[in-house]
Ligand binder design. Sequence first.
Ligand code: AVJ
Length: 323
Amino acid sequence: MSDSALASFNDLSPAEDDFLGDVVSGLSSSPKTLPCKYFYNERGSKLFDQICELPEYYPTRTETALMRVKAPEMASAIGAEVLILEYGCGSIEKVRVLLDALDRPASYVAIDISREHLRVAAETLASDYPAIQVHAVCADFSQYFEVPSALPGKRNVAFFPGSTIGNFEPAEARAFLGRIARHVGPGGGLLIGADRKKDEAVLHAAYNDSAGVTAAFNLNLLSRVEEELDGNLNIKGFEHDAIYNGVYGRVEMYLVSLCNQEITIGGRSFSFGAGERIHTEYSHKYDIEEFQALGRAAGFEAKTVWSDPEDLFSVYYFETGSG
Ligand code: AVJ
């Protein structure tokens, strides 16, 4: 066998992020905001892995356990000899559970914006699953892109675990699911994990953990501004806060200024009042009916849903019509 068992690496060279431009425009708007995609530099990705291990942060372990228990049912809903498309390949641990259960999966296409992470993850998977054609596509999955055509597989099934869908506001989530529906085409499927609405205290604890890891994850955005944009700011002048907004059914994360202060970034200054907040992330929570309605609005039929015994998290299977 060759070093790389990867069948193809398709580099669609996603546009470079404009970190400075996004920070300047976010802090110039009212209320102030910073995009959550900038959480995930090397340090941020490590902090996120630590979040997944926290006793209070139930989503990751609940979804993984649910996948393990229900993989045979998921596999039979999905069918034999399919092509799996994964949006953002994360640690690729969850897709192994799925691939192990599926009946002779034909192809796996990993789509991720982070080129090196994608290459390592896809190559590892390719050598562990020699019977599956493994392809990698380096692309920003929130933008439209073409999926490699004519790969083996009777039909296309998208896999989007982790409740990452919750970061989008509902209208964006619908548009994103609509793009997935186009990608998988007629007769295609979507297996997607989404966090549930639940007792506010449970949500509050999950996003305000006692060890302060979520706070460090959120404040890491300001460290990036300081280090990468030559920002002049006192990180100690800000604190993490996360609240559950019941009107919109979402956790909202903020960085709160502890005093009246001025910070400068790339020669521009931004002033903060004491208690003024920078919004950094939404994490929308969905009841089953709500999430299935979102899928329908995007062109899918809701087929099956699996939940853990405590109804904390659900994994949904949708299909597009036969066209
Ligand atoms: C990776 C987007 C699913 O919303 O729960 C964890 C990110 N933010 N703790 C989530 C996150 C704070 C996470 N997602």
